[in-house]
Design a protein around this ligand. Structure first.
Ligand SMILES: O=P(O)(O)O[C@H]1O[C@H](CO)[C@@H](O)[C@H]1O
Ligand SMILES: O=c1cc[nH]c(=O)[nH]1
Length: 257
């Protein structure tokens, strides 16, 4: 009988259409999945596959999926592709980013657009194609951040890089030009943040007909390499989860889809 035929599951994340909602939060660190689960009701867990973990829970009647991709643009795009194929139409990447410009550690940074310094977005669109966030989604996120008003936020241009140690965070004794390239980009393009996935997700999301944006906490200073301490990070993560979940429940996202 038809209802006994197992639904096909996505190759890597292992989820079926029934396992996911219409909207999703893309998380880097897998350890954040169980922590965001505590912010949702009726949480359903998909078995972990290849370290990729997906859960779906509800908030105010909206089913929200959260999947952790780990680190870097290629796997982040795989996860976005699979969730999109399962029916997800709206994505918010949440995570950590390097602070740039006037941004201070612990501030939120919301991507309006991103400089494509990674290679994954090239597999979706030529270099002249812009990596831009969805404006309706960003309006919902901004509205939520104002209502939440727990910490400062900045909206602007991110840059995303493939090489964490070769392009973003030089280890002691490594080639100093590494950081100079990043500092050059920050100054030349007035960036507010740098991470590893945002530009690829914005391009892939748009090419696949999904709404996509990226909201991060600034956690590292590019010049001093100072990092946000664990206590402040935990508080920021809590606020980040709430901002993403509340934004995805925003009424305008339902009205305009
Ligand atoms: O905190 P998450 O979301 O993992 O994001 C950031 O952390 C990793 C590298 O530090 C990259 O994935 C980067 O984008
Ligand atoms: O330095 C950093 C911090 C967070 N995320 C990154 O990609 N780089």
């Amino acid at each position: 009988m038809a209802e006994n035929i197992p639904e096909k599951s996505a190759w890597y994340i292992g989820a079926t259409p029934r396992d996911v909602g219409d909207v999703a939060i893309l998380i880097g660190d897998p350890a954040r999945v169980e922590r965001i689960a505590t912010h949702l009701d009726d949480v359903h867990r998909v078995p972990v596959n290849r370290g990729l973990q997906t859960i779906t829970g509800t908030r105010a009647g909206t089913r929200i999926t959260a999947t952790a991709f780990g680190m870097g643009a290629p796997i982040a795009a795989v996860v976005l592709e699979e969730l999109r194929a399962l029916g997800v139409h709206t994505f918010v990447r949440i995570g950590t980013a390097m602070a740039a410009g006037a941004v201070q550690l612990g501030d939120f940074v919301l991507a309006e657009a991103a400089l494509r310094r990674e290679g994954t977005s090239d597999s979706y669109a030529p270099p002249g194609y812009p990596a831009v966030s969805d404006t309706t989604l960003n309006a919902a996120i901004t509205d939520t951040l104002h209502a939440q008003s727990t910490r400062r936020h900045h909206t602007g241009v991110f840059a995303s890089y493939d090489g964490f140690y070769s392009q973003m965070f030089a280890l002691p004794g490594s080639r100093s030009r590494v950081r100079e390239e990043l500092l050059d980009d920050i100054a030349r393009f007035g960036l507010i943040a740098a991470d590893m996935e945002t530009s690829a997700l914005l391009v892939a999301g748009r090419m696949l007909g999904a709404r996509t944006s990226s909201l991060c906490v600034a956690t590292v200073d590019p010049v001093s390499q100072e990092k946000l301490d664990a206590g402040r990070m935990a508080a920021a993560e809590h606020d980040l989860f709430e901002a993403a979940i509340n934004a995805l429940c925003h009424p305008t996202l339902k009205e305009t889809r």
